[in-house]
Design a protein around this ligand. Sequence first.
Ligand code: DC
Length: 228
Amino acid sequence: MEKRLIITVDGPAGSGKSTVSRILAERISYIYLDTGLLYRAVAYKAMQHGISIEDDEALQKLCDGINIPFETDNGKMKVLMDGDDVSDRVRTEEIGMFASSVSAVFAVRDALLLPQRSAGRYGGIVAEGRDMGTIVFPGADIKFFLDADADERARRRYAQLMENGARVDLAEIKRGLEARDYQDTQRKIAPLKPAVDSVIIDTTGIDVDDVIEKMSIIVEQHTKMTVS
Ligand code: DC
C-alpha cells in the first residue's frame, strides 16, 4: 500500500501557500490543514473578550482547555468557535495582524500544538503554516517553503481581498504584510524560517499551476521512492 505522507508548506503571507496547499491536497486526496486559520480563531476569541496582547495572564487563561474544532469540508477548512463557523469572519487583515501578535505567545502555540499534530497522526496531510516543517512536523516526508517578493505578495493579497468585496489600499496591504513578516520571523518561539531540509520555491512571477506542477512532481517522485 502507498504510504500516506506528511507534506508541510511554510512561508510568509501572500506567498501563495494556501492556494497551492489546498489544490495539492485535493489532487492527491489528502487532508488540508490551514494552521493560520487556527491562530486566527484564537485571535478572534481574544478580541471578543477584549484581551490585549500585553495581557499574558488573560491569554493563558483563554488558552487553558481551549477547544477549537476544525474540519475539512469539500477541500475547504472550517473552524468552529463555540459551535459557530467563524472561518470567513476571521480572514481579515486586522485579525491576521492580531493573530501574528497572539501567535508569539507561548500559551497560544502550546495550546495548538497537539491538535495540529493529531490531525497528521495517520499521514495523508498537507499542513500549511509558518512552523510546520520546523516544529509541528519536524519528521515530515516532504517540506516545502514558498516565498515571493513583497510587492507581488501584496498585489496577490490585494486582489484576493478586493475579490471578496473588501475595500483596501495596496500600499497599506504591503505595509501590513511587511509588519507581519517582521513579527513572524523575529519572534522567539517557532519563528518563520525554512526547515534545513525544505525545498524552497520562489513563486515570484510563477503561475499557481506551475508551482503545483513542480510540487506534484516532487511528491510523485517521493511516493515512488517509498513504494519501491
Ligand atoms: O497564514 P495566515 O496568514 O492565516 O496566519 C495568520 C498568522 O498566524 C500569521 O501571521 C502567524 C500565525 N501563524 C503562526 O504563527 N504559525 C502557523 N503555523 C500559522 C500561522
